[in-house]
Design a protein around this ligand. Structure first.
Ligand code: AGP
Length: 362
């Protein structure tokens, strides 16, 4: 049928969509570039971002995880305070809003009912809303004041992959262009860094056997798996855990390294797989300290670090990229590990049980 044609030679949409990520990065660079070769966003969007005193990001699932990374970008580059909220909680736990709030809805499908419910609420109050979505003309795009597109192409697999990295890249562009127009000097050219990211993604997508090995060594029979990281790595751990649980049904959780000793470490038993991300220089030694703590309790560790920060104990070293942008590449091994874990456990990779691609009921 038609869907088989679209999949081409790939056994699953998820694998195809993981592999499309370098191309999507390049498409995004192109789509948000002006004739002078500089990154650019629509003027009305730039103005509304510059005028607001606080940004409220609202999203669900993977899109929420992209929002957490986006907060770091916007705060560190553009110096605008950001709150990130799970859409389904926002309606009844509405925070006290600032004087000039701007709402950003992140949604691959643009049809998620929980996010739409919040959009309806904030529009009723007369606030401005920007939707970041993959689907032009989608409900969230039509009902918001502004839209930024992901240019990721259709995402079919229930487990979101290329939309996540596209969301992060678009949020980086939004933060970067805003920072520049506010006269803030960032000390790097995002457009150049995103080009490096696209190449690094390609290298990672070419190392599939390595992740298949990790998945088959760490995950074939386990009932649980933990992901630990600090700082921006922690947000990627949340996403890695969501990927693994939704398609392999392994109970997986992402934790902040520093929180282990406050409770979670009680869960570590002999052989518990712990995947640790170490891509940030300022927390490199503390996350490695956490790995030592779990290993002392019997954990089976898998450290994924970044070139320049690696040690002999690491299982995989990512190519070096701009430190702020590491989520764009550190997520790829986690996506592929989840993919192979699902495959080896005989699960339905593209259509996991109990899940729908877009959740159009509240
Ligand atoms: C991702 O792998 C999930 N299937 C899910 O969390 C998804 O990200 C969430 O439902 C939000 O969807 P949206 O981006 O289309 O709004």
């Amino acid at each position: 049928d038609a869907s088989d044609i679209e999949k081409g030679t790939y056994p699953h949409y998820m694998l195809k969509e993981i592999d499309e990520q370098p191309l999507v990065m390049r498409k995004i660079i192109q789509a948000y570039q002006n004739e002078k070769g500089e990154l650019e966003i629509a003027e009305d969007i730039l103005n509304v971002v510059k005028e607001c005193d606080r940004i409220y990001i609202v999203a669900c699932g993977t899109s929420y995880h992209a929002g957490l990374v986006g907060k770091q970008f916007i705060e560190s580059m553009a110096k605008i305070p950001v709150e990130v909220h799970v859409a389904s909680e926002f309606s009844y736990n509405m925070p006290l809003l600032s004087e000039k709030p701007l709402f950003i809805f992140i949604s691959q499908s643009g049809e998620t009912a929980d996010s739409r419910a919040v959009l309806v609420q904030v529009k009723e109050k007369g606030y401005k809303a920007l939707t970041i979505t993959n689907v032009p003309g989608s409900t969230l795009s039509r009902e918001a004041d502004f839209t930024m597109l992901l240019h990721a192409g259709p995402e079919i697999a229930v487990a979101s992959t290329k939309a996540y990295t596209a969301q992060i890249a678009v949020l980086a562009i939004l933060a970067n262009v805003t920072a520049k127009s506010r006269g803030l000097n960032l000390g790097f050219e995002l457009i150049h860094e995103l080009g490096i990211i696209a190449n690094a993604m390609e290298t990672l997508c070419d190392s599939k056997e390595e992740y298949e090995k990790i998945a088959s060594e760490f995950l074939p029979f386990t009932r649980n798996c933990f992901f630990i990281g600090r700082s921006i790595d922690y947000f990627v751990c949340l996403e890695g855990a969501l990927k693994l649980k939704e398609i392999s049904y392994i109970q997986a959780e992402g934790f902040a390294g520093g929180e282990l000793k406050h409770g979670t470490i009680a869960l570590i038993e002999d052989g518990t797989p712990v995947i640790a991300l170490a891509t940030q220089e300022n927390v490199n030694w503390s996350i490695r300290g956490n790995v030592k703590e779990v290993v002392a309790r019997g954990a089976n560790p898998c450290i994924i670090s970044m070139a320049g920060l690696e040690t002999d104990e690491d299982r995989f070293v990512l190519p070096a990229v701009n430190e702020l942008l590491t989520p764009l590449i550190s997520v790829i091994p986690l996506q592929l590990i989840a993919y192979y874990a699902s495959l080896h456990r005989g699960c339905d990779v593209d259509k996991p049980r109990n899940l729908a691609k877009s959740v159009t009921v509240e």
